[in-house]
Ligand binder design. Structure first.
Ligand code: ADP
Ligand code: MG
Length: 396
């Protein structure tokens, strides 16, 4: 198990805790448009402040490509954080210079220092040793609480903890790992649902869950690839031709436990544009399947009734378009009902999480992962570069 805050030695008072947070938040006209990620960092920051630690925060924001971009400055995040935390938040640009070092050393009680966007420096994504060294000087110990970036080996995620000891995972990461880890020994029946655009990206994840789950519900564009693999006409639907063999191997491995849609909602382009639901098998060459149909929605919702554990990755359709959102929202609603009935439900994946939020059901499922890429990589391989480096320090 990864070392966490509670495993840190006593006597942290007065020390500088260098904390990697995930403040990759949406901005709108220079203001934080959604503070979810800032709020998610508060438990760790409060834990540290209660112990009189002086937190120094590192984060990236967007993809400035290794050079300063005023539109991606973390300065607005400093104001938003100050409003949420009972502490004064100082800001330093750039994140690695003498000014940042001095500011970190002058921090007082109930003060926090947020350093400028780490990706303003080219060495961040290249995991440059010299940059990691300059960043490591900003703290006396290291805490990583940026769950969403654990799958990246960057200077601020893997470079710094290799140099700065002790290091530990923060409370947000701890909570994410607990939820994902519980899927290793799920209650039964354990049901999974897969959708979204591509099988290719998710093949390892699917293999692992197809072995373990009692039922596998398939939707989204991914379902089209499965239907095509069975020789069914899919019209102009999005199909991943190069994944047809993978789809067949999953169908063999999952056998009877795999459920495909029996009807789909299509956009029909023969003579204008119309939306209708048709049985699988009645998809015509001019049609694109963009959602699961009403019968499939009812079947999938019924399958979730009474499940003990549920994991979901990938929307059931093109939910960004309200005409094709019903399948995704039906599964989200069924997950909320299963949770109310005592089931343990986890949603992983950036777009899936967005869909559950859009349905207003985020608080009615057991856990929504804050980092799509990191969650999927952890579930596929059981490992993450940003975690491995925390665990390694412990053995040394
Ligand atoms: P996640 O981010 O949850 O892992 P993905 O990135 O794999 O999910 O897939 C999400 C995308 O798949 C969404 O943008 C959605 O519109 C798209 N999608 C789902 N079903 C279809 C479909 N039938 N046709 C085209 N796109 C689809
Ligand atoms: Mg996605």
């Amino acid at each position: 198990m990864t070392r966490t805050l509670r495993d840190l030695p006593a006597g942290l008072a007065g020390k500088r805790g260098l904390v990697r947070v995930d403040y990759n938040v949406p901005l709108d006209a220079g203001q934080v448009a959604d503070a979810t990620r800032i709020e998610a960092s508060l438990p760790t920051l409060r834990w540290l402040l209660r112990r009189d630690v002086r937190p120094v925060l590192l984060s990236h924001l967007g993809r400035p490509g290794g050079q300063p971009d005023p539109a991606l400055s973390l300065a607005p995040v400093a104001s938003a954080l100050a409003g949420l935390l009972e502490a004064e938040v100082l800001f330093s640009a750039p994140c690695d210079g003498e000014e940042a070092l001095r500011a970190s050393r002058e921090l007082g009680t109930a003060q926090v220092l947020l350093a400028e966007n780490t990706r303003f420096l080219p060495g961040e994504t290249a995991n440059d040793d010299a940059l990691a060294g300059r960043l490591a000087r900003l703290g006396d110990f290291f805490v990583n609480d940026a769950f969403g970036t654990l799958h990246r080996a960057h200077a601020s995620t893997t470079g710094v903890p290799a140099l700065l000891s002790p290091s530990a995972a923060g409370l947000l990461i701890e909570r994410e790992l607990e939820a994902l880890g519980a899927l290793d020994r799920p209650g039964r029946p354990f049901i999974v649902a897969f959708g979204g655009a591509k099988i290719g990206d998710k093949i390892e994840l699917m293999r692992r869950f197809v072995e373990r789950a009692d039922l596998i519900l398939v939707g989204g564009a991914m379902a089209n690839t499965f239907l095509r693999a069975l020789g069914i006409e899919t019209g102009t639907s999005l199909v991943e031709e190069e994944a047809l063999d993978l789809a067949r191997s999953i169908l063999v491995a999952g056998g009877e436990r795999i459920r495909l849609p029996t009807d789909v909602t299509v956009l029909d382009r023969s003579g204008g544009e119309s939306v209708e639901s048709v049985a699988v098998g009645a998809i015509e060459p001019e049609m694109a399947a963009l959602d699961i149909g009403p019968e499939s929605r009812a079947r999938y919702a019924e399958a979730l009734d009474g499940c003990a554990a549920f994991f979901w990755n990938g929307p059931m359709g093109l939910f960004e378009d309200p005409r094709f959102a019903a399948g995704t929202f039906a599964v989200a609603e069924a997950a909320a009902e299963a949770t109310a009935a005592g089931g343990f439900t986890v949603i992983g994946g950036g777009d899936s999480a967005a869909a559950v939020r859009q349905a207003g059901l985020r608080d009615r499922v057991s856990h929504v992962c804050t980092g799509g890429g990191a969650a999927l990589e952890y579930l596929s391989s059981g490992r993450l570069p940003g975690l491995d480096v925390l665990a390694e320090r412990r053995r040394s």
